[in-house]
Design a binder for this molecule. Sequence first.
Ligand code: ATP
Length: 373
Amino acid sequence: MAKVILENLTKSYRKSVAVQNVNLEIKNQEFLVMVGPSGCGKTTLLRLIAGLEEPSSGRVFIGENDVTDLPPRDRDIAMVFQNYALYPHLTVFENMAFGLKLRKIPKKEIEKKILEVSSMLGIEMLLDRRPRELSGGQRQRAAMGRAIVREPKLFLMDEPLSNLDAQFRVQMRVELRKLHEKLNATILYVTHDQTEAVTLGNRIAIIKDGILLQVDTPLNLYHSPANLFTAGFIGVPSMNFFNGIIMSKENELCVAVKKCEIKIPREKEENLLPYKGKEVVIGIRPDKVLLEADPCGEARFKAFVEMTEPLGSETYVYLKWEAEKTDREGEIDRLTAVVRPSMPIQVNQELFFSFKFEDLHFFDKLSGKALDF
Ligand code: ATP
């Protein structure tokens, strides 16, 4: 049983707080991905779990045991870190065999395991090389292999795919998922790459400035972000944001965006009523921005096409959206839309777009919290 519980975990350094009062349960056999921008405290969290850092306060539990005061070697964890050092004087085979030999596993069994794992990682032809004779990506795979052959119940992985080329990264993501199913291990995986996070994780933990902002499945994070940061971080291209004012008109609540007023459905009024008269941040996913010759959404806006990116299966359209005839005249917002590749759109073209109320997300301007969460 390798569930991990972090209880009020804090790590402060002399000049900064890397991890702030984190409470998190990683379930047994879960693949949990921690994601956040550079410097947000991801690596520090992993190091706290591994026992490589001592918390300033809080506890770490693995299984039923409080391991906060245990040294790393007593925690039965396999670590694959970004620059994880292989033993330089040993070959890849010997590096992978090292931990197994210590556990007195029969030679034949060690060989069988190493062959199986190395072929899965595509390094079977490199087994007799030393680390200095490998590329960065090959070294990373060898380090991964060394962790995998041990079959521990808990893996801690810190950007283990960061040195791989794009194609191999995708391949390794699939292999990692398969590996997770096969080993029934608990994996805690750190990355700053949201695509990696959503493709790998059963759940994703979003971290910013050492604070755990939201933990949920990839789809829940995408559809119901709890805050502006999660909303902008999950999803490619990122969610568009713009301002709107909640107001009442003829006894009905509506939101004013530029010069359009969009009626708020009755069932949504309760969440938005306390914001009457106030400015809120509105978010919309790029694939929900409707660019049609005759937009059918509830509000219709004029924009200019600044740039297009034809990706083959879809086209990204970068729009400049100017506020007209409002008290915020002259304000320019930029929006990204995703459209079918067959749609004829030219740079500098003027066009109309719209959106449906049900596709809008609302956030508090000051706290960034989702209003309909
Ligand atoms: P990256 O994605 O760039 O690896 P990260 O999210 O893993 O970043 P951490 O390495 O955990 O971030 O660092 C979190 C914060 O703690 C940063 O502000 C960093 O400067 C600070 N920090 C990390 N280690 C130390 C240390 N030994 N002494 C002082 N500050 C540190």
